[in-house]
Design a protein around this ligand. Structure first.
Ligand code: E4P
Ligand code: PEP
Length: 503
């Protein structure tokens, strides 16, 4: 065993025989393996020897938090949420962690998608249903291509808080605080709306609870049954190329089911009637997250009970700051967004802090850099993580490195989104590592927020149905088109691996 020291970080990384030389060969991680010993020692300046508690983040600097005027009102709202039931259960988080471990090993694939920012004004059963069934459609397409289970994770039922690049916004000479998500303030450009209002915390909790209730109903009440695959096509998609392509697959699924029934398969089996669906959001607003942090009575461990999966954003992942402190102590599966700005050694340290026992499925690294930077930077990140023996689930967010402003609208080009996914698969194929999933800002609505794709949305179309409160989302047709592209890449990987196995 070799011992390497990175002087810049004061970080000691031990590499084993399966470290450096393994880079060139295809490598899978066994999910059934018990968690291996951590191989990375966190520098003493970053070590946190004090014990963790749901409130220990308060002793660290916290980025992107709202400035409330009335602190007493905040305390009241937080106390109210603290008395409310948890939104999720620890056992569900453990199940999700197992699924994500499979994705790390290439035995499953993660489909992560939903609104950039959920909104109080856009809350409706139809919108939740349309996002849900689009995710179901996409998961059918992906499972068909990839031949692996699809882990469905919605950016939903809690995706309310937004980190912003600038604290203020100026329009026609008037400067107001930036919109930070409906859980904090309102999107309208008025002083009143932009004031941080603690009552919004309670409203966001209630909307999340109601949304989750419906999602659980869809997942376990028959809506998501495999016999209904051909009924999930959204009405406005029926006459589109993607809609037709989807129906071809749906017909083949129907035929396969008929065949299996003829062979004696029991259609009452849970996998025929139900599906697993998990929720996720950015762990940004720490007052809210702390109020929903609960100790699981069966394991005695702490869980963030606002969602099954929480992620730390690109703007709040500082190694010695509050968000990393909070996240290191909750036992949910978690993620971190990573741009090209992150140094590979810092990534290794961050992983060691968040997943010191190296548990597969605990940590997803969600990369978001744009295609070109991804081709340049991702290989050295993967190499550093591999060399340290750390197990992570690599996920591609092709949205956040591809935002631009056109005619005054924030937008993204379909072609750039697809290119980043292409680069992500190419890099993993080249390195023999596993592309574990995609993370999309998307909606089941027929919006015109991203340019291009088969729907041919042009720059001039942007103002026609631009409804997002923050970043532009792929519409249903563009999302399905992405799913077909990813499915094709998954199929190619599967075929290449089968070929390699038979040679
Ligand atoms: O969704 C992510 C961020 O909140 C968003 O990209 C920030 O946008 P901004 O750069 O306009 O603040
Ligand atoms: C803010 C987000 O992403 P990032 O942290 O990658 O900018 C997001 O996904 O909503």
């Amino acid at each position: 065993m070799q011992l390497q020291t990175s002087q810049a970080q004061g970080l000691r990384v031990r590499t084993s025989a399966r470290g450096l030389p393994a880079l060139a060969r295809r490598r899978t991680v066994s999910v059934s393996a018990v968690a291996s010993e951590p191989r990375v020692e966190v520098p003493s300046s970053l070590q946190n020897n004090s014990s963790w508690s749901p409130a220990s983040w308060r002793s660290k600097p916290a980025q992107q938090q709202p400035e409330y005027i009335d602190k007493v009102e905040v305390e009241k709202a937080v106390a109210e949420i603290h008395r409310m039931p948890p939104l999720i259960f620890a056992g569900e988080c453990r199940t999700l962690q197992q699924r994500l471990a499979k994705a790390a090993a290439g035995e499953a694939f993660v489909l992560f998608g939903g609104d950039c920012a959920e909104a109080f004004s856009q809350f409706s059963a139809n919108r939740i249903r349309d996002l849900y069934r689009l995710l179901l459609q996409m998961s059918i397409v992906l499972a068909f291509g990839g031949g692996v289970p699809i882990v469905k994770l919605g950016r939903v039922a809690g995706q309310f808080a937004k980190p912003r690049s600038a604290p203020t916004e100026t329009i026609d000479g008037v400067t107001l605080p930036s919109y930070r998500g409906d859980i904090i303030n309102g999107p309208e450009f008025t002083e009143e709306a932009r004031r941080c209002d603690p009552q919004r915390l309670v409203r966001a909790y209630n909307q999340s609870a109601a949304t989750l209730n419906l999602l659980r109903g869809f997942s376990y009440g028959g809506y998501a049954g495999l016999s209904r695959v051909s009924q999930w096509n959204l009405d406005f998609m029926k006459n589109t190329h993607e809609g037709h392509h989807y129906m071809d697959i749906a017909k083949r699924v129907d035929e396969a089911i008929q065949f299996m029934i003829a062979c004696g398969m029991d259609t009452n089996m849970p996998f025929m009637r139900e599906t697993e669906f998990f929720t996720a959001h950015e762990c940004l607003l720490l007052d809210y997250e702390e109020a929903l942090t609960r100790r699981d009575s069966t394991s005695d461990l702490w869980y963030g009970c606002s969602a099954h999966f929480l992620w730390c954003g690109e703007r709040t992942r500082q190694l010695d700051h509050a968000h990393v402190e909070y996240m290191r102590g909750v036992h949910n599966p978690i993620g971190v967004k990573v741009s090209d700005k992150m140094a590979p050694n810092d990534l290794v340290t961050l992983i060691a802090m968040l997943n010191p026992s190296n548990v597969p499925g605990r940590l997803s690294i969600i990369v978001r850099m744009g295609a070109k930077k991804l081709r340049d930077k991702l290989p050295s990140m993967i190499e550093a993580v591999q060399r340290s023996g750390q197990v992570v689930t690599w996920v591609c967010d092709p949205m956040h490195g591809n935002t631009e402003t056109v005619s005054g609208y924030k937008t993204r080009r379909y072609e750039n989104v697809r290119s980043e996914i292409e680069a992500f698969f190419d890099v993993h194929d080249k390195m023999g590592t596993v592309p574990g999933g995609v993370h999309l800002e998307m909606t089941g609505d027929n919006v015109t927020e991203c340019i291009g794709g088969g729907a041919s949305i042009s720059e001039d179309d942007l103002n026609s149905r631009y409804h997002t409160h923050c970043d532009p989302r792929l519409n249903a047709e563009q999302s399905l088109e992405i799913a077909f592209y990813v499915a094709q890449r998954l199929r190619q990987r599967r075929e290449a691996m089968n070929k390699a196995a038979t040679n």
